[in-house]
Ligand binder design. Sequence first.
Ligand code: ADP
Ligand code: MG
Length: 498
Amino acid sequence: MTDTSKVIEGRTGPWEMVLGLEIHAQVASKAKLFSGAAVGFGGGPNEQVSLVDAAMPGMLPVINRFCVEQAVRTGLGLKAQINLRSTFDRKNYFYPDLPQGYQISQFKDPVVGEGEVIVEHDDGSTFTVRIERLHLEQDAGKSLHDQDPNATYVDLNRAGTALMEIVSKPDMRSAAEAAAYVKKVRTILVYLGTCDGDMEKGNLRADVNVSVCRPGDYEKFRETGSFSHLGTRCEIKNVNSYRYIQQAIEYEARRQIEILEDGGKIIQETRLFDPNKIETRSMRSKEEAHDYRYFPDPDLLPLILDPAWVKKIQDSLPELPDAKKARLQSQYGLSAYDAGVLITEQARADFFEEAAKGRDAKLTSNWVTNELAARLTAAGQDIGDSPLKPADIAELVTLIEEGVISSKIAKDVFDRMWAGEGGARAIVEKQGLQQVSDTGALEAMIDKLIAANPGQAAAVKDKPQAIGWFVGQLMKETGGKANPGTVNQLLKAKLGIG
Ligand code: ADP
Ligand code: MG
């Protein structure tokens, strides 16, 4: 999937895409950003709404300290600057599900400044995306258009919920890079416990900014910092799956190239992605910041953070994905690729570490990331609810290491374990799946085989690779249980080669 070639061939020559993302992550918190109303699913329509959220006259917002802590924790996890003084502004616009008539956000002085995220390509290589800022803001309510043929209903349960908007610099150069970036940010947030990362519920979603330029222009932008080297961008709103992000980008870049090659101009605008038609559509021409009449919210004092409090949060951070990856590589001798796959979920890395204790780490990692992961995905289960525990995988790996079963037979044993037939050792014993390393029995079979196939045996003398046929026959005869090493050794001796 990694598209290393950034170039898109057009009619008039090559193009490149430039992508910057604004990720909206719902803060994991029991209460809203400025009210004590509960956050989360479960409540019926408008049951999680305080008078503040409904914007009743005279109500005043009170900042939720925990939400600020979560934003700071996230900023630290993104290796970003924490601004000890930040302010809240009103972003004014009308929408039926926004009763205040404005959204409280952070415009000029966000709580978190510049940071960076190291992102893995599919092949395990990495690139860096710079973070511009992270700010706190309120989410809006929801308009429900499908409840009644003639009316739109408004559910304010989400109104006032805390969001973190994480704004990247335009540092992604392909659809795959953009998806990999969102994946990595999601992993970091989930490790930090600052967002549950549930994209299906929309708790993590991205606005994707797309522009195209000619080869060389992006490098000039990076050298000078001047956006004039880049093309005009369009922003695709609220995309909430990796697949949609990639489809939206591919479509949008191609759309822009076609317009430019026809001699047209890109109009900066906000667009919507239609997952059914796999295309983007214009929603509105892009509003400028001044259209929102941003001004400091007079109901809220500037947010002043105590450096000691920030330090305490820093000291309480868990081991983050990059550090875990580096440790898995050095401690277990895993490749960057294997370690990268394991750390995408904390529970997967933990599972691996428990199973690998005192065993072949590479082999254990393969069983966790291949066979087990595939089964769990097919069953729609998380590794946390896996019916097979680390000790089960450990037992299986030990049998392979001891030479009791081959890797091929291990797959069969694994299938039986998954089907609930018991532990690996018990299954091997009950089914008689031990490898046949008993040379006497194997020798007898080989003698019979050679006697019955003198032509083949003679042929091997001129063409040593023809030995494969004999190996195959023996494997068939033993139901795959012959130890391949022993078989090869015996065959070579009996056939007089090697
Ligand atoms: P707005 O609120 O207008 O969307 P932001 O500053 O919040 O503006 O976000 C702008 C986003 O667009 C950032 O992620 C930035 O990296 C990205 N961006 C800016 N210029 C370009 C461009 N020419 N091509 C692609 N992305 C861009
Ligand atoms: Mg924005």
